[in-house]
Design a protein around this ligand. Structure first.
Ligand code: AHG
Ligand code: MN
Ligand code: MN
Length: 335
């Protein structure tokens, strides 16, 4: 006898269709982008899983626009996403952490009304030591005339996103995304190659256990940032100490805090006056997700989704996670 109270088996494809039915004017284009991203994630997961066995560990021997040594998997993941999404007819341009300029849709393919911005492999310095890495993506709708997406289309505030998500290649491969109607997590069952709904309607606790920050920069922080981190650590006696957990992969730190509550902080420091994380394809998509899950994200002065971008690869100080914990950052830094 089937126990109908159990969660039935819901593949991401079926979930996307059900979500689409909730939006009256949906054309299915956004659904198509989500399908293609799920496919690309499975292909990247295969490469990440095998990284130790085939010669794709280590550095590509080139630098990206950020001046960072590209890992071979950075470049492979970037190519997988571009090739999986450039011909579906739903996008009019893409932008990647790994490419200096926006990525046009090849002339032979139809253009759509959406733009995809992504970090193909986040935390890539961790690949060789088998620490979880991820992919982060953000979807915007074109605002300019003409068929092709432009830089102006990319430089929209994070609040304009129509979808955002990430994949974490960890003990299991999970895809977490939102189109604004709740945050939903899917776990890849490698035996059937399907992402199955495992975390419906994810909510971040109002305040949390974890503090994720790289304290090796303490000497480079401003006094107010130092005071803030001391507050989180309970060293000023104003609150109980938080558990410090820092993996060095934003996606892995963010995902743990989404589940257990807490805050991830990458403040500005004397060497990086705008912090390290990139606004358009790291800070904004995760901020869109955390707000849809009941959390918050700030650059220390205000809501990060309200920041007007001026450059494709611009960086931003970043505090993201439980609402009550982020509020402390805004309170102590916004002066
Ligand atoms: P990426 O690998 O895409 O460049 O991102 C790395 C980022 C982020 O994942 C992580 O939180 C941060 O770099 C760690 O930086 P530090 O080593 O300076 O703490
Ligand atoms: Mn990254
Ligand atoms: Mn990256």
């Amino acid at each position: 006898m089937v126990n109908h109270t159990d969660t039935s088996v819901v593949t991401i494809e079926r979930f996307i269709i059900e979500q689409e039915r909730l939006i009256p004017h949906a054309t299915g284009e956004l659904s198509g982008i989500m399908y293609d991203l799920a496919l690309a994630s499975k292909m990247i997961a295969n490469k990440v899983r095998l990284a130790g066995l085939v010669d794709i560990l280590g550095e590509e021997g080139s630098d990206n626009v950020q001046g960072e040594a590209q890992q071979k998997l950075d470049v492979i993941a970037n190519t997988i996403i571009v090739k999986a999404l450039d011909h579906g007819g739903r996008l009019c341009a893409m932008a990647s952490e790994e490419e200096a300029e926006i990525i046009p849709i090849p002339p032979q393919f139809r253009r759509g009304k959406y733009l995809l911005l992504f970090d193909p492999l986040d935390g890539s310095s961790n690949i060789d030591v088998n620490v979880p890495v991820g992919t982060i993506f953000s979807v915007l709708e074109k605002v300019t005339d003409g068929e092709d997406g432009t830089l102006e289309d990319m430089l929209q505030k994070g609040a304009a996103q129509v979808a955002a998500g990430y994949v974490i290649y960890g003990a299991s491969t999970m895809l977490v995304y939102t189109t604004g109607q709740g945050v939903h997590g899917f776990t890849l069952d490698p035996s059937i190659g399907e992402f199955l709904l495992s975390h419906p309607n994810m909510r971040i606790p109002e305040h949390g256990r974890y503090l994720s920050v790289n304290e090796s920069y303490e000497q480079l922080w401003s006094d107010d940032v130092r005071a803030l981190i001391r507050r989180y650590r309970g060293l000023d006696g104003k609150r109980e100490a938080m558990n410090v957990r820092y993996v060095g992969s934003l996606v892995a730190d963010f995902h743990r805090n989404l589940l257990g509550g807490g805050i991830f902080a990458y403040p500005a420091n004397a060497k990086s006056p705008n912090g390290k994380l990139r606004l358009l394809y790291e800070c904004n998509p995760l901020a869109f997700i955390v707000e849809a899950a009941g959390g918050a994200a700030t650059n220390g002065r205000g809501r990060i989704l309200d920041v007007q971008p001026t450059e494709l690869h611009q960086r931003s100080p970043y505090f993201v996670g439980s609402r009550a914990d982020v509020a402390i950052a805004t309170e102590m830094l916004a002066t």
